[in-house]
Design a protein around this ligand. Sequence first.
Ligand code: PLP
Length: 286
Amino acid sequence: MSRIAYVNGQYVIQRDANVSIQDRGYQFGDGVYEVCEIFRGALIDEARHLDRLARSLEELRIGAPLGKGALGVVLREIIARNKVANGYVYIQVTRGAAPRDHAFPPSSVRSSLIVTARQIDPEKGEAAARKGISVVTTPDLRWKRVDIKTISLIPNCLARQAAKEGGAQEAWFIDSDGMVVEGAASNAWIIDRSGAIVTRQLDSSVLRGITRTTLIDIIAAQGLTLEERKFSLEEAFSAQEAFITGATTLVTPVVTIDGRKIGDGAPGPLAQRLRSIFHDTAARTF
Ligand code: PLP
């Protein structure tokens, strides 16, 4: 079956899809994106993803290519046309195509929108979670507004490549004070010595993960202790448990960081429990 993409108002066979070489996403990385999970045919936390997309666009003064309602229709159409039951939908908006000039193009230039969907085998994520993943650390070389979900992801790509070359699945960015920031494509969490669930507080140094937000709701509903604060790599090494969150990884236990075992080196029971109840709380829309 050919995969279908939505590209600037049209549904096209993905291998035939094309965008202008003058697209500012291509030339400057001047755009933003979202990745939303599809679980058993439902979009997970759609409203939160679309709100974050709107915020990213506003922060960069890129015009919304479609209203939220119309974008929701496109998402459903792409999911249906690609027959995706489990996987994710990818939304990318760039400032549009115009002759190359760093400053913004005239307001008559419309932003570009592409939407694709991809099927993934849920069992692969479950297997990774049962085994736990390994993380390597790397200095945080990103710009100072990573709260905006931009498509400019070179440091994230370098970090993921370093993870791959080190036999790991994720890289954690470390700031100049030795504190853990977040993953290359996930938020970073530990269960500290006191049993508190810890993740870095929100500011412009970290992405407001949608999975993170929903997990915080779950933690509150379960009566567990949350601390939104910085934690050092040293503290992570001695944590009871560690895990990551993201729309495609959900809650995935971390069993080693830079080759050092976390806890007893097996996926932590609390991370596994949080994973197992995640979809019960996350909003599902069809
Ligand atoms: N942090 C970064 C840098 C990311 O790229 C992502 C997801 O891609 C996340 C955190 C997790 O965000 P979400 O839970 O919305 O997928």
